[in-house]
Design a protein around this ligand. Structure first.
Ligand SMILES: *[C@@H]1O[C@H](CO)[C@@H](O)[C@H](O)[C@H]1NC(C)=O
Ligand SMILES: *[C@@H]1O[C@H](CO)[C@@H](O)[C@H](O)[C@H]1NC(C)=O
Ligand SMILES: *[C@@H]1O[C@H](CO)[C@@H](O)[C@H](O)[C@H]1NC(C)=O
Ligand SMILES: *[C@@H]1O[C@H](CO)[C@@H](O)[C@H](O)[C@H]1NC(C)=O
Ligand SMILES: *[C@@H]1O[C@H](CO)[C@@H](O)[C@H](O)[C@H]1NC(C)=O
Length: 504
């Protein structure tokens, strides 16, 4: 968050400083070249592949198969979409009928593209241990972000990490590529709405916003083209009106989560139908069907992966006093994206449908936390809307960001630590993993609630969640620059109840 003083300082700097053009990436000679690639888990046997192009494709196609030399399947769509102020078109295809947990090779069809690969989603109920990374508040690097010392070192596992991305979270995600199977990123991607913090952008807001999006999603592509990258919204996706002063500069096509919707709207999944035989009575299936109907990806949705049920919520709009909604405290006037109670009804039905015999772990992720150090960024309306449902239906872990540092709390409900601590608590374990790095810099830890277990604001960091087995989940915080483990803990949950409904 930035005060008006910062903006004034930037305006002054811009007015007196030297003037350069915005940092729009160079157009590829071949306008069908895929850029900004992104994968997502789309169903128990399905993966979506999204990418952008600088020309409108008549057909968006992907070839894929089980070996690099034999891409014997092909799927196409006519999905290309764009919006006012964008230079690119978003494309998406869905690869379905995949064998679970299997390496597939794929090539986005273009006169200038190459083969990449991914691991198809683990089947719901697969009890194989796996890890996921939680990365929030990431931000563009290079000229429109923090510029980092150049280094020519090439990586061999994932090619084409830009040199200036060394010592960042993206760099660490590349060097540890074999250690995690997916990434969750609940909100605040490129920080395009902070374009005015780079003085040379000041008189070119329209282009600068777009330039940051293009740079950021290019920087992310080496990771997101290899690993499912699951997105939900943050305040920086809402509008270029992050500071109301700039509202006069915000062009059509940049309000109301526009880019976020185009980019991820058709790539994020709906809740998976419960597998037949997965539950003994019909009620959970009916609840899941209701959750499917009420889901609104990429704003709120869920998916299953191995022994996890993961639900992504929208802390920005679509609940009472939502901060980025109409009249909300952030002044961003986004949404609504559903009927008045749709998101909360979705969450109720979705959580109630979870069969812990199949997916013992329930992880809920959103942008704004209600438990945080520093306290002033705690989202009161979010707590009011979501905390009771998290507790009632036994969410195991809550993952948040928004505050630019790393934090872990004891399991807690209603601002009171669970007496069981990490040994089979009823309350969720909450973490904040908002220190991934962005142009606004890190937030100091500040005042700590008494149930704080860990807080770190010295350097960029992110979290990994490792699902060890049906009863143990390991949480680590990683220093992005070095890979050092800053904090490690294990949550034990007995997961005895098949369908959890808890009273006080
Ligand atoms: C082909 O794609 C590569 C990698 O994305 C890019 O660097 C290059 O500029 C493209 N070439 C043309 C002719 O567009
Ligand atoms: C797309 O379709 C139009 C009209 O059918 C055709 O003129 C054009 O060459 C096609 N473009 C590509 C890239 O195939
Ligand atoms: C990152 O850059 C530093 C020097 O700035 C270098 O020592 C280090 O090897 C680089 N790391 C990687 C993974 O490229
Ligand atoms: C934002 O977009 C949604 C979905 O298209 C629409 O229903 C809503 O009215 C829009 N809100 C504003 C403030 O334009
Ligand atoms: C938390 O507080 C709410 C509102 O006062 C109350 O209804 C609920 O029972 C409390 N939950 C727990 C687990 O104490």
């Amino acid at each position: 968050m930035l005060g008006d003083c910062t903006l004034f300082a930037s305006l002054l700097l811009g007015a007196t400083g030297a003037f350069a053009r915005v940092n729009l990436p160079a157009l590829p000679g071949d306008l069908t070249t895929p850029v900004q690639q992104r994968l997502a888990i789309y169903g128990p046997n399905a993966m979506s592949i999204g990418w952008n192009t600088y020309s409108k494709l008549n057909q968006s196609c992907v070839e894929y198969g089980l070996s690099e030399g034999c891409l014997d399947s092909r799927v196409c769509s006519r999905s290309a979409s764009t919006y006012a102020s964008s230079r690119t078109y978003s494309n998406v295809v869905v690869l379905s009928g995949l064998t679970p947990a299997t390496t597939y090779y794929y090539k986005i069809v273009s006169t200038n593209s190459s083969v990449d690969h991914f691991l198809s989603p683990r089947a719901p109920g697969d009890k194989t241990p796996f890890s996921m990374s939680a990365v929030i508040d990431l931000g563009v690097y290079g000229k429109d972000g923090y510029t980092i010392e150049q280094d020519e070192t090439k990586r061999d596992t994932i090619p084409d990490i830009l040199p200036e991305l060394n010592h960042t979270t993206i760099g660490r995600l590349a060097t540890t590529v074999d250690d995690y199977e997916l990434v969750i990123h609940p909100g605040d991607f490129g920080y395009a709405d902070d374009w005015f913090l780079t003085p040379s952008n000041l008189l070119h807001g329209k282009e600068a916003y777009q330039a940051i999006l293009e740079q950021f999603y290019d920087q992310l592509a080496p990771i997101a083209a290899r690993k499912p990258y699951m997105a939900s919204p943050g305040n920086h996706e809402a509008s270029c009106q992050e500071i109301p002063y700039t509202s006069g500069l915000c062009p059509e096509g940049q309000y109301n989560f526009t880019d976020f919707m185009h980019r991820f709207g058709n790539t994020m999944p709906r809740p998976f139908p419960l597998a037949s035989g997965g539950a003994s009575n019909s009620t959970p299936q009916a609840l899941r069907a209701r959750a499917r109907a009420l889901a609104n990806p990429p704003f709120w949705y869920s998916f299953d992966y191995g022994m996890a049920h993961i639900v992504m919520i929208n802390t920005e709009t679509d609940f009472p006093s939502a901060p980025s909604g109409h009249g909300g405290s952030a002044g961003l006037n986004g949404g609504p994206f559903g009927s008045p109670s749709q998101q909360l009804e979705f969450l109720r039905a979705d959580l109630a449908s979870v069969d812990r015999h199949q997916t013992p772990w329930v992880i809920a992720a959103g942008h704004r936390p209600w438990y945080t150090t520093g306290l002033t960024s705690a989202c009161g309306p979010c707590q009011k809307a979501f905390e009771g449902l998290f507790y009632k239906y036994g969410v195991d872990v809550g993952v948040f960001g928004h505050v630019h540092n790393s934090q872990r709390f004891l399991p807690v409900v209603n601002d009171t630590a669970d007496a069981n601590g990490m040994q089979d608590p009823k309350a969720p374990l909450y973490i904040v993993a908002g220190g991934a790095g962005n142009i606004e810099g890190l937030s100091s830890v500040g005042k700590k609630p008494d149930f704080t277990e860990f807080a770190y604001d010295d350097d960029y960091s992110y979290a990994t969640l490792s699902l060890l087995d049906e009863q143990r989940l390991n949480v680590k915080f990683v220093k992005s620059a070095t890979g050092e483990i800053l904090d490690e803990s294990v949550l034990f949950k007995s997961h005895q109840e098949r369908f959890v409904v808890q009273g006080v």
